[in-house]
Design a protein around this ligand. Structure first.
Ligand code: UDP
Ligand code: LCN
Length: 799
């Protein structure tokens, strides 16, 4: 299409001139995808513009994510398909088009937004592509997010091509296995790959006769514990290894690695917010990430126990969640240095304080936007504390969110272990043009530090797990969160021409679930405690002692339920407005909102304060109080589970009205409870729900449509109650097949083993990239982070 664009430009010179003149006349230097499509559609519906329909121009404009208008030039960033970009410069008078490189496009973008001539100056161009030249990359966008299969296939072939050296690598890998100074798998009796081969054959004969004291006999042949709990299992593992030694094909290798004792201890980093097990949800910067990590820890410990036992070892795995210690903990346990994690045998929260440059402990909570100056020191202190706590280095370090990932990057490097990143939600795509406008936003959000930290941590990670595909590479229409780091510019600071590549095999989709002990179908009556039902009934219908507003005049209607933190992006007030504006929706349902606090003075978060005020303003509309109930945030997890089921009993629905939601744990929780869900089509829920089968997508950019979709559903339910039941069943089935913690834990352990193996025996470590990034860290990140300390508002805890 782009190739034939010049002919079309010539052919439709006049109308195009008018269209482009119109775009320039908007006087908006940077136009987004929605603006362009809107302008094009409006123009193409005029007699003069009609001829442009179904031409290459339409094709290109519909795929243009951003256009920079500098009369007479128009620069287009065209996303030909998922994660594939091309850049064009259009001369709108001459009607000529020229393909340009990303740097030229970014320079034009820089010039368009600043009157300070920054775009003309020489700027630092960050380009990681030269380091990637020999690195295997996926080619099909459908494979994005399935990196481990690709990498394993590719490297197995390479291993096979090494001839005799392949088995030697494998032998050396097995020889280093140890735990607490105790050898596993092999001892000194086996000195090389040939001896390993011979010993395996003997061991197989020996294992035929399971009567014998097989583990003692194996040791005499050179085999230490770790091969299996039973003779049969040890035999299977050995057969697998023999197959791998003969021909290291990807499947055998993955199956063999599955049985190797590699992961006994994990450090999980999550510095910001209030990380605790009670009274924390709903506090600033404290939401799904905490729920995710606690559930993840329990699931991982269970999976590790199981696999260690199957390997024939009697070792208790250790998981440490390393977070920030907050002395002024606001009624939480965040001032406790160590805390056992409920429901585990040996998992703990380890809290390490932030310290000022002078070494003083920072006393109060610090916003996630202002943590940057503390992280390096935190990483060093955390390393010391965690080594003291577990007595040895962890086998893998898992980072969470931008700050945790940066700390994980520092720790993994210092300890020489595998690094896994989890973003949860990257800030960059949440705010429009957050890169381009960084100078305006930095005083408040410090995105220059955050995006720099992201870039470093993404590139040092051995593997990255995401909850959805679109988190990596977006959809046909929207750019992925990681994809947005492929190229961007912070005018006057630096320009990224190749930051991260979505086709990198380090990306893997591993979706979380919902705790099945807490979030289970409403129909499982026998599991539902009566006291919880009574408690919730009185919260929803009774007098909740100033913790609620509104009272349902007709308690028999189905309930529309929404629950989240009161962030602008969560759009609870938007939902309230749609509801208030739709007579039929009010007629058919009651609205139950759970979140935040009702008293604006109790909130210390600016975003939340604004939302509280907005909610009250809306609820002041006449009559609304009689069909809306707003209850403050709920910190008891069991009660939260009860809420979903309670709403399902009314044959109601859950609404997730966010303007953007990275994943959306509440969506999975509601679906697990058998509650039909209406959830934003912007972000994770688009992937979680199959529209019309296991719930509904709503376009939260258009309130009228949302209300209409919901009205439609409740109308249908009134006519045919089976509609509700079918959707409820669809939701439960979807979660059971795709979103469970058990599945998650097994996948994460599998990835840790496979990436750990390849990291050990090949050059996955990318030393050149590491060196480049160290320089970037020292020369760019460190001074930026230091600047946060001097610009942080008073009382934020920053120095
Ligand atoms: N949550 C809660 N009480 C509340 C609001 C939310 O327990 O008043 C929980 C909710 O059940 C979910 C998590 O907080 O487990 C929110 O996660 P989600 O991924 O939906 O959003 P996030 O807050 O991470 O953006
Ligand atoms: C952060 C978010 O914004 C949510 O969308 C996720 O569900 C949560 O983290 C857990 O990953």
């Amino acid at each position: 299409m782009i190739e034939t664009l010049p002919d079309v430009l010539r052919e439709h010179r006049e109308p195009l001139y008018l269209l482009f003149r119109h775009l320039h006349a908007l006087q908006r230097p940077v136009l987004g995808w929605a603006d362009l499509v809107h302008q094009f559609d409006a123009f193409a519906s005029t007699p003069v513009g009609e001829c442009l329909r179904e031409t290459e121009v339409e094709w290109v404009l519909r795929r243009t994510q951003k256009a920079v208008a500098v009369d007479p030039l128009l620069y287009l960033a065209v996303r030909e398909r998922v994660a594939r970009w091309r850049y064009l410069e259009l001369h709108t008078h001459e009607m000529e088009v020229r393909e340009i490189d990303v740097a030229e496009y970014l320079a034009a973008k820089e010039r368009s937004v600043d009157g300070r001539g920054l775009g003309e100056r020489y700027v630092l161009e960050v380009d990681l592509s030269p380091f990637e030249r020999d690195f295997p990359k996926l080619s099909d966008p459908n494979d994005i997010g399935h990196g481990v299969e690709f990498l394993n296939r590719h490297l197995s072939t390479r291993l096979a091509g090494l001839g005799d050296r392949g088995p030697t690598h494998l032998f050396e890998f097995l020889r280093v296995h140890q735990v607490d100074g105790r050898s596993l798998m092999l001892n000194d009796l086996i000195r090389n790959a040939d001896e390993l081969h011979a010993a395996l054959e003997k061991a197989l004969d020996l294992l035929e006769d399971a009567e014998r004291d097989w583990s003692w006999s194996l040791r005499q042949l050179g085999f230490e514990p770790g091969w299996g709990r039973t003779a049969e299992r040890a035999r299977e593992t050995m057969v697998l290894l023999l197959d791998v030694l003969r021909s290291p094909d990807a499947e055998n290798l993955a199956a063999f690695l599955e049985r190797i004792p590699m992961i006994f201890s994990i450090a999980i980093l999550s510095p910001h917010g209030y990380f605790g097990q009670a009274n924390v949800l709903g506090k600033p910067d404290t939401g799904g990430q905490v729920v995710y990590i606690l559930d993840q820890v329990r699931a991982l410990e269970r999976a590790m126990h199981h696999s260690i036992r199957e390997q024939g070892l009697d070792i208790v795995p250790t998981i440490l969640v390393v977070t920030r210690l907050i002395p002024e903990a606001d009624g939480t346990s965040c001032n406790q240095p160590i805390e056992h994690i409920h429901g585990t045998r040996n998992a703990r929260i380890l809290r390490v304080p932030f310290r000022t440059r002078e070494g003083e402990i920072v006393q109060e909570w610090t916003s996630r936007f202002e943590v940057w100056p503390y992280l390096e020191r935190f990483a060093v202190d955390a390393q010391r504390e965690l080594l003291a706590e577990i007595g040895h280095r962890p086998d893998i370090v898992v980072g969470n969110y931008s700050d945790g990932n940066l700390v994980a990057s520092i720790l993994a490097h210092r300890l020489g272990v595998t690094q896994c990143n989890i973003a949860h939600a990257l800030e960059k795509t949440k705010y429009q043009d957050s890169d381009l406008k960084w100078m305006d936003l930095d005083g408040e959000y410090h995105f220059s530090s955050q995006f720099t930290a992201d870039l470093i941590a993404m590139n040092t990670a051995d593997f990255i797990i995401t909850s959805t595909y679109q988190e990596i590479a977006g959809t046909e229409e929207s750019v992925g969160q990681y994809e947005s780091y492929q190229s961007f510019t912070l005018p006057g600071l630096y320009r990224v021409v190749a930051g991260i590549d979505c086709f990198d095999p380090k990306f893997n989709i591993v979706s979380p679930g919902a705790d099945p002990e807490v979030f289970f179908p409403h129909s499982e009556e026998w599991r539902r405690p009566e006291e919880l039902k009574d408690e919730i009934t009185s919260l929803v219908f009774g007098d909740a002692d100033g913790m609620s507003r509104g009272e349902f005049a007709d308690p028999d209607k189905p309930i529309l339920f929404a629950m989240s933190r009161l962030d602008v992006i969560k759009n609870m007030s938007g939902l309230l407005e749609w509801y208030a504006d739709s007579d039929e929706l009010r007629e058919r349902t009651n609205l139950l909102l759970v979140g935040g606090t009702l008293d604006v003075d109790q909130s210390n978060d600016r975003d939340e304060k604004e939302q509280i005020q907005r909610m009250h303003q809306l609820l002041d509309r006449p009559g609304l109080d009689s069909s809306v109930r707003w209850i403050e945030m709920q910190t008891d997890k069991n009660r939260v589970g009860g809420f979903y089921r309670f709403v399902a009993d009314t044959r109601g629905a859950f609404v997730q009205p966010a303007l953007f939601e990275a994943f959306g744990l509440t969506v999975v929780e509601a679906m697990s409870s058998g509650l039909p869900v209406f959830a934003t089509r912007y972000g994770g829920p688009l992937e979680i729900i199959e529209h019309g089968i296991s719930g509904f997508h709503i376009d939260t950019a258009s309130g009228n449509d949302v209300a209409a979709t919901m009205v439609d559903f409740f109308r249908q339910c009134a006519e045919d109650p089976d509609t509700w039941t079918q959707t409820s069943r669809g939701a439960i089935a979807r979660v059971r097949s795709h979103y469970t913690w058990e599945r998650y834990a097994n996948q994460l352990l599998r990835l840790s083993r496979i990436y750990g193996f390849w990291r050990h025996i090949s050059s996955l470590e990318r030393a050149e990239t590491r060196r480049y990034l160290e320089m970037f860290y020292g020369l760019m990140y460190r001074p930026l982070a230091k600047r946060v300390a001097t610009t942080a508002p008073e009382g934020s805890g920053a120095q």
